[in-house]
Design a binder for this molecule. Sequence first.
Ligand code: NI
Length: 172
Amino acid sequence: MSILKIAHYPEPVLLSVAKPVMDEEFNDGLKKLVDDMFETMYSSNGVGLAAPQVFVSQRLFVMDCSGGEDEKQKIALINPEIIHVEGEQNGDEGCLSFPGIYTKVKRELRTVVRYQDVLGNVQELDGTELTARCILHETDHCDGIVFLDRMTALKREMAKRKIKRLKRNGEW
Ligand code: NI
């Protein structure tokens, strides 16, 4: 397994709509990508990582809201499709493509996502709270949407100012 380079905002790959993974692409290459993405996510202490964040413009992401504590929560979601949302939550959110930026973001409280596993089988995952937040955040990445786009205008301006400062200091 290898650690992949993480794209930082505003890399164009983060702002592009990613391509679906086609039937013939469910192969060893996909499994390797997923393994590398898990390794990269764990090594950065993230709970989710989408392929565009490692410069691969394809619709898939990995997540583990237990931080490696619970094998059942280690999931790769390919071609995710949000099929249900309800409720609302407001909580702190970060993103490995925005190192050092943590801010409150409003999301739905519960979501159901339909996806394919690495073997191509269709699955559904029903998540609330952090799991829902993670699913929604990572599915956004597949659509070229970053969490900056989900902030209030005021928080977005503050985040942009901080990014500018970090860039100036060579910390981005
Ligand atoms: Ni992210």
